[in-house]
Design a protein around this ligand. Structure first.
Ligand code: AMP
Ligand code: GLY
Length: 420
């Protein structure tokens, strides 16, 4: 099969890595991709909002299957578009993508189907939101009610901070006419849980733990994710059963009842406290950097898995994992998630050998004057697996010294919580 992956991050690099190992994949393409991805797939600089151009490219290259990495094209309806063109595409359709694209859609669904999550209210104007806010206790969570590239959520320790977040939402910082959701703060430890579903059946993928804050010991502002490991020991078999019974099944049933079965990857962001999980959010795609650790551990053929979802034939699929631990450490440009210098030169990556147990996935790299340069905030995801998490981490931190990039930053405490 000729397969096209859409996206340009380390998540998409790891998807390309897994897909390239499938006997079903005869040719691999990626749009727009990055330098690291171009070593595995033919890359084409396409705008992911421009479905017609993507379609022309698919026709030119005889693409049989499209795999969508990021949420934005899914929320914009890329699956509906390519279904109408009779090209197989992996991911949820536009209606089902509201689970990530609209916080109020997701929260209303939870309320209607008794799915455990934080209490909330939705507001379409600043005055009512502030009136409600004044009656709440702290901390409190304020969310923009739509996609905001991971920047639309504020966990506020003061009313001033919550008011400022509301003001930004109603001053259209995240988009015109966006409403706001004010949510009860949930305490606990977070974990990411992924299922792959054909609309009726689902298969659990392994759990993973992200590290969202920029600073060590989980300090400083939120980022896209600075590192991950899998499996996540906090996600026990008991919690998995509770999440499947109380969160995943009811959600998939609800989507079918609403007439829009959910197909693709469903990513549940969970808050776990006293052995019970509540839903923080849904995402409609693989997590980044969680995908990187899952792809290195997946033993089964991912293309077969995706085709089974698309063809509603997941029933007999047996998903196999390597019985080991995987970690990834993200290297970011100094200054990220704030402003940072672009096009800084990275040396030494070529000294590291990519193997079945070690991969440097690229998130934002390009070639300029024959040198590898950084082109974004999160730039590399150094990923390794081993029989033990501590050995996997040791390999990563030993290898990172070979990467000569003075303008780069990484956390030195990834996975530390799971080791203690
Ligand atoms: P979201 O985009 O909804 O996942 O929120 C981003 C991050 O904000 C989450 O990963 C949590 O760390 C935090 N967060 C969101 N909602 C809540 C909540 N109700 N209580 C505590 N933390 C939250
Ligand atoms: N790792 C968080 C996300 O992908 O949304």
């Amino acid at each position: 099969m000729k397969i096209l992956v859409l996206g340009n991050g380390a998540r998409e690099h790891s998807l390309c890595y897994a897909i390239s190992r499938s006997p079903l994949a005869t040719s691999l393409f990626c749009a727009p991709g990055n330098y690291g991805i171009s070593l595995l797939a033919e890359c084409k600089d396409l705008d992911l909002d421009d479905f017609n151009s993507i379609h022309s490219y698919c026709v030119e290259k005889f693409i049989d299957l499209i795999v969508v990495g990021p949420e934005v094209p899914l929320v914009a309806g890329i699956v509906d578009y390519f279904v109408s063109k009779n090209i197989k595409i992996f991911g949820p359709n536009k209606y089902a993508s509201q689970l990530e694209g609209s916080k109020s859609f997701m929260k209303d669904l939870c309320k209607n189907y008794s799915i455990p999550t934080a209490a909330y209210s939705t507001f379409d104007n600043y005055e009512d939101a502030v009136k409600y806010l004044k009656k709440q206790s702290l901390p409190i969570v304020v969310k923009a009610n739509g996609l905001a590239a991971g920047k639309g959520v504020t966990v506020a320790d003061s009313f001033e901070m919550a008011e400022k977040a509301l003001k930004e939402i109603f001053e259209n910082k995240f988009g015109i006419n966006m409403s706001a959701v004010i949510e009860e703060f949930m305490e606990g430890e977070e974990a990411s849980y992924f299922v792959c579903t054909d609309g009726t059946e689902f298969i659990s993928l392994e759990s993973a733990q992200d590290h969202k804050r920029i600073g060590e010991n989980d300090t400083g502002p939120n980022t896209g994710g600075m590192g991950a490991y899998s499996p996540a020991p906090i996600f026990t078999d008991e919690i998995k059963k509770q999440v499947d019974d109380e969160i995943i099944y009811p959600t998939l049933n609800a989507m079918r009842e609403l007439g829009h079965p959910y197909q693709g990857i469903l990513y549940a962001g969970l808050m776990i406290k006293n052995g019970k999980a509540k839903l923080v959010e849904y995402n409609i795609r693989f997590g980044d950097p969680e995908c990187q650790v899952l792809m290195l551990r997946m033993k089964s053929d991912i293309v077969q898995l995706m085709l089974s979802c698309i063809d509603k034939d997941l029933h007999d699929f047996e998903l196999k994992w390597e019985d080991d631990h995987c970690a990834t450490v993200v290297m970011a440009s100094n200054g990220y998630p704030g402003s940072f210098e672009k096009e800084t030169v990275i040396n030494g990556i070529d000294k590291l050998e990519n193997t079945d147990t070690f991969q440097v996935f690229h998130a934002a790299t390009a070639i300029k004057d024959k040198k590898i340069i950084a082109t974004g905030g999160r730039v590399l995801a150094v990923t390794s697996k081993n029989a033990s998490l501590s050995e996997a981490l040791k390999k990563i931190y030993d290898s990172i010294h070979s990467i000569d990039w003075p303008e780069g930053y990484y956390r030195k405490d990834i996975g530390k919580k799971a080791l203690t």
